[in-house]
Design a protein around this ligand. Sequence first.
Ligand code: CU
Ligand code: CU
Length: 336
Amino acid sequence: MNRRTFLSRLGAAGTLAGLGAAGSVAGRRDDGGPTGGHGDHRAHGGHRGMGTVGRVDHERNGFHPHDILTDFDAGATSRDRQGRIVHEYEIATVPKDIEVAPGVVYPAWTYAGRVPGPTIRVAEGDRVRIRFGNGSDHPHTMHFHGIHAAGMDGVPGAGEVQPGEVFTYDFVAEPFGTHVYHCHSLPLREHIARGLYGAFIVDPPGGRPEAHEMVMVMNAFDTDFDGDNEVYAANTVAFAYDVEPIPLEAGEPQRLHVVNMTEHDPLNSVHLHARFFRLYRTGTSLEPDELTDVVTLGQAERAMLEFSYREPGQYMFHAHQTEFTELGWTGRFEVV
Ligand code: CU
Ligand code: CU
């Protein structure tokens, strides 16, 4: 089944939501959708295509893309004998079926039951200790992008964990930036495609200026295992931020951490409408690299974007690979 066939089976919701085809959305509802609520959707501009064919059951997934946006996990903190701040985590990898688009359930492999895994956030120079347990039938790892000893690399032969076993990764976080972790067991392609990745944010000493911060991990799902993705998203659920736009305040400084963990496609990107952002590549500098409105990232590449909206209104953001947009990687900020 190719992507297009998949889309038509999805019930046309995929494309329509992305394109804002109000008339067609309404038509679709009249064909076979549940009765009631037509007027609501039209009144809101007919943009909410996903609503026409159902909603993802976030509760059953056990996580919500809106929570993942701002869910920064500092772990349990204490100090070691050297006076270093220590962040301790317990993370298990478990297989879990997750709904990535309405009615589309993908047999994911997860860190802590969610895709992406927890956003681990510490400051440069802090110590990170992760007790990593493997509750699945395959060996797995947590391979962090960052500076650490060879034995802490989270690859086969250095921190790979067999089913039912536990390993503790222990390292000092550096350098500051927007980073990523992912499984590095073999075959690597499958371990990443299944959902074993997450953001790893290391703050500079002294922090950054006050801002409303968000994290988006760009990902995709090969739901029929043909080596090609059928569903695209930021933070896993297709169209999640289009069905429910992200509320922001006008004038408020925004800081968006973007990580690309898309497998099977060489590139992914994020484009903001009606705004330019200061781009900090890998987040490793206090000075921006450029002022732009689109950034394209290879797998495991990441960036920090700073911007703010002057006026209330709805502002789109999406991949500028238009196919990805139509297959779920699009959303809106609702600026009030
Ligand atoms: Cu793995
Ligand atoms: Cu990597």
